[in-house]
Ligand binder design. Structure first.
Ligand code: NDP
Length: 257
């Protein structure tokens, strides 16, 4: 697997915590000799810390570039690829991971601001990032090559009361991913989706607007997945032969079945 990943440039959105952060480490550990990682999120200080930790752990074989990027801002996304240093511009893998849930409320009570931030981040942001990298993928021979790995959610398949908007955003990710895969059929551009169930990250802290005690209560008495569990799957799908499309993966802790 390391050989197939070597030489690649991998962009991860939402790399400052949770699943995105774990993906950065997992890619670096799997292909530590010759890899370029572009780590993006709004909290760039965190990305710099992660870059330093990766360098300490695997050495100079992995070049890490932290980039401040708000995926919900179309102008920032439009300028993203052109703003990269030349050596990081030939992107091979995009992990569309940035995402959030805001609040737990019945549909009529959800604040407009929360609806907008969830759609702009989870859906429009993911679509805009995809549109930003596709020209690079398509410019490669034989119809193009590259990987788009979208992090959806079990919520996109099994909607629940109190989560209507978040579930709708993840159902939209699913529809977009499936349609795009069909549009790119017979190219070597793979469009893949990984749908996690419950994973313990900062996700619930964000959901409860920073209230850590409420977030902790979500995981009390359960045995959630770790972000590394998801990162291992992300790196696995990216590391298959280019003809192998692991299109759709649902992964959840056993208590959630
Ligand atoms: P975290 O809150 O730990 O990480 C979310 C990441 O997204 C952060 O790095 C955050 O960075 C980034 N992010 C949020 N908004 C933006 C934005 N506008 N622009 C750029 N980056 C942004 O949560 P997870 O790791 O759990 O979440 C990662 C993905 O996994 C999400 O898409 C989520 O929906 C999905 N998921 C999570 C599950 C779970 O149980 N945890 C279950 C199923 C799916 P920053 O704030 O620095 O910008």
């Amino acid at each position: 697997m390391a050989k197939r990943l070597e030489g690649k440039t991998i962009v991860i959105t939402g790399a400052s915590s949770g699943i995105g952060r774990s993906c950065a480490f997992e890619f670096a550990r799997t292909a530590p000799k010759h890899l370029k990682l572009v780590l993006t999120a709004r909290r760039v200080d965190r990305l710099k810390e992660i870059a330093a930790q990766i360098k300490e752990e695997v050495g100079d074989g992995v070049k890490v570039l932290p980039v401040a990027l708000d995926v919900a801002d179309p102008e920032q996304v439009r300028g993203f690829v052109g703003g990269l240093p030349e050596e990081f511009r030939s992107i091979d893998v995009l992990v569309n991971n940035a995402g959030l849930v805001k609040g737990v409320a019945r549909a009529p009570e959800i604040a407009e601001e929360d609806i907008n931030v969830m759609f702009q981040t989870n859906v429009t942001g993911l679509i805009n990032m995809t549109q930003a990298v596709l020209p690079i993928f398509k410019a490669r021979p034989d119809g193009g090559a590259g990987d788009i790995i979208n992090i959806g959610s079990i919520a996109g398949r099994e909607p629940y009361a109190g989560g209507s908007i978040y579930c709708a955003t993840k159902a939209a990710v699913r529809a977009f991913t499936d349609a795009l895969r069909q549009e790119l059929i017979a190219t070597r551009i793979r469009v893949m989706e990984i749908d996690p169930g419950q994973v313990e990250t900062e996700f619930s802290v964000v959901r409860f607007y920073g209230d850590k005690s409420k977030a902790d209560a979500v995981y009390a008495g359960c045995d959630p997945l770790t972000p590394d569990d998801i990162a291992e799957v992300v790196v696995f799908v990216a590391g298959r032969r280019q003809n192998v499309v692991v299109a759709d993966t649902l992964i959840f802790p056993s208590h959630q079945a």
